[in-house]
Design a protein around this ligand. Structure first.
Ligand SMILES: Cc1cc2nc3c(=O)[nH]c(=O)nc-3n(C[C@H](O)[C@H](O)[C@H](O)COP(=O)(O)OP(=O)(O)OC[C@H]3O[C@@H](n4cnc5c(N)ncnc54)[C@H](O)[C@@H]3O)c2cc1C
Length: 498
């Protein structure tokens, strides 16, 4: 476990900010009690913990801006936090900094039926947007499995995905405007809310920047018409490779389901123990395929998908008869991360991507890795349609050396993803957890160029420092192989360091 203690000067810098923060957020909007501060010491990545020096709970965008201005003037780092469900330590606080929590900013400001859009505050939970839009025949498409609790502000920062992103796209495809507070404390808008603003795509750059470019205070999201029909199929297979073959076959037939999810025997066992989802007994793999759209299209495609699943060797195929049965099928999948806690004392949730065609090879190698590591098992539950793996590395943290062995397996899985042309993260972000893997995927030039974007928004590096990048650098430093020589982009006049 990584634990950081606050240094005395840092504590006093934050202590000096308490009167100003209390004036801005009110006495009930500032937390200084050490026991209460510990509530915020980690996000969903509980192996990394640091209690913040100070927590503020602003209620308006103006208050966020005033808080950030105070931090900027005092040179105090700050981190934004939504619901704290992130799995890469992105919202992990700084021991010498202020944590800005958006849980008091939960207004759905507007649902505009005609323009099919909503304007929401950052602390609004993902699912509540869809609930508010439902009476208008609309929904908010990105659906992380944590959607009951995670915030839309957190979704923007992580560019979150979910089961239905295969067809409907990620958060970045559904955000058309952001009100942000810059790291200097200025309120401004990125994007005009129509998705058609000219100029550089700063909205696209900000979405997925993991809280390193500013604090989101309002979000304009697209709403999607509720589909006329939805069919959910569950297909069971003896082996993962048969299930994988069914996925390839469906996609190569030109069918784009809303979701294709896959679970292996270990994750089926865990889900069954947790939520009694009644998946076929003894299955080596289950595939969940959901089709949505106009009724005739869904009906025709369902018939084809059934045939393709059968041809790939399905031992059983069930079609949900209605919403209740659909909910039971999804309960198993959506509970899978938490469910493995029933069959293992500790586990790491990994997130990597491979090209869909590489799934069988990579899953085979993960199985070999797990078999070769005593005390470590890997359960696989993943978005099969887009090759986004979520291997759950199970171990007993009371057993000497098991944590290190699990971390080794977890890192090797990311190497496999890179070796097969994939990525070290699909949707959970880099945060603190994966910053050390960035150089395995990106060359120094790539990382330097990313730093230039960070510097353009966040030159003092006070906004969520120490995340995403392997070694924190200040703007103006000439990093990596270019030490002493200009970066090629600078030499060519395309960019400047400041
Ligand atoms: C059981 C479980 C299932 C999950 N399933 C999925 C899934 O299917 N798909 C998926 O993509 N993720 C999933 N996640 C990960 C997580 O829920 C998402 O990353 C989510 O978007 C985080 O939202 P949050 O409000 O909890 O953000 P936090 O954890 O509070 O913060 C996440 C990041 O966002 C930044 N941030 C938060 N608010 C703001 C703001 N207002 N302005 C700027 N930066 C901000 C933080 O600094 C941090 O870097 C899952 C997590 C769990 C625990």
């Amino acid at each position: 476990m990584t634990q950081t203690a606050a240094s005395a000067p840092a504590e006093s810098a934050c202590a000096a900010l308490v009167p100003a923060m209390t004036r801005i957020c009110g006495p009930d909007g500032v937390i200084t009690d050490p026991a209460e501060l510990r509530t915020y010491e980690c996000d969903g990545l509980t192996s990394h913990r640091t209690a913040p020096a100070l927590v503020v709970l602003p209620a308006t965008a103006g208050q966020v801006a005033a808080v950030v201005r105070e931090c900027a003037a005092a040179g105090v780092p700050f981190v934004a936090r939504g619901s704290g469900t992130g799995l890469s330590g992105g919202a992990m606080p700084r021991a010498d900094g202020v944590l800005i929590v958006t849980s008091r900013m939960r207004a759905i400001i507007e649902i505009d039926r005609a323009s099919r859009r909503a304007i929401v505050e950052p602390g609004v939970t993902n699912l509540s947007v869809s609930k508010a839009a439902e009476p208008f025949g609309l929904f908010y498409a990105p659906d992380p499995s944590s959607q009951v609790i995670c915030s839309v502000g957190g979704n923007v920062a992580e560019n979150s995905g979910g089961a239905h992103c295969l067809k409907h796209g990620f958060t970045v495809n559904h955000v058309t405007g952001l009100e942000i507070v810059t790291p200097a404390g200025e309120l401004t808008w990125l994007g005009d809310g129509t998705g058609a603003s000219p100029g550089y795509d700063l909205l696209g750059a900000f979405t997925g920047s993991e809280g390193t470019l500013g604090v989101v205070t309002k979000i304009v999201v697209k709403l999607t018409p509720l589909p006329e029909a939805v069919t959910t199929l569950l297909a069971a297979y003896a082996t993962m490779s048969e299930g994988g073959a069914a996925v390839s076959s469906i996609i190569s037939h030109g069918i784009l389901p809303a979701a294709i999810e896959m679970m292996d025997a270990l994750s089926i066992e865990a889900a069954e123990a947790a939520v009694h989802c009644r998946y076929p007994e003894g299955a080596g793999a289950v595939l969940i395929v959901e089709l949505d759209g106009p009724s005739p299209e869904v009906e025709a495609e369902t018939a084809v998908v059934r045939e393709l699943c059968e041809a790939a060797g399905a031992t059983e195929i069930r079609t949900a008869a209605g919403a209740a049965e659909r909910a039971v099928i999804w309960a198993g999948r959506k509970s899978a991360f938490a469910a493995v806690g029933r069959i293992s004392p500790a586990y790491i949730v990994q997130d990597g991507v491979v090209p869909r065609t590489a799934l069988p090879a990579v899953l085979g190698k993960i199985a070999e890795l797990s078999a070769a590591t005593p005390g470590v098992r890997v359960a696989n539950v993943f978005h099969a349609g887009d090759g986004n793996l979520h291997p759950l590395v199970l171990y007993d943290d009371s057993s000497p050396g098991a944590t290190e062995a699990a971390e080794e397996v977890s890192g090797r899985i990311l190497d496999l993803c890179i070796e097969h042309g994939g990525s070290i993260t699909g949707e959970h972000g880099v945060g603190v957890d994966k910053s050390k893997y960035m150089p395995r995927m990106f060359a120094d030039d790539d990382l330097d160029t990313m730093q230039m974007v960070r510097c353009a928004f966040n030159p003092a590096n006070l906004c969520n420092p120490g995340k995403v990048f392997p070694t924190p650098r200040l703007c103006g430093e000439v990093p990596g192989v270019h030490r002493g020589a200009p970066h090629p982009a600078v030499a060519s006049g395309e960019a400047e360091l400041f």
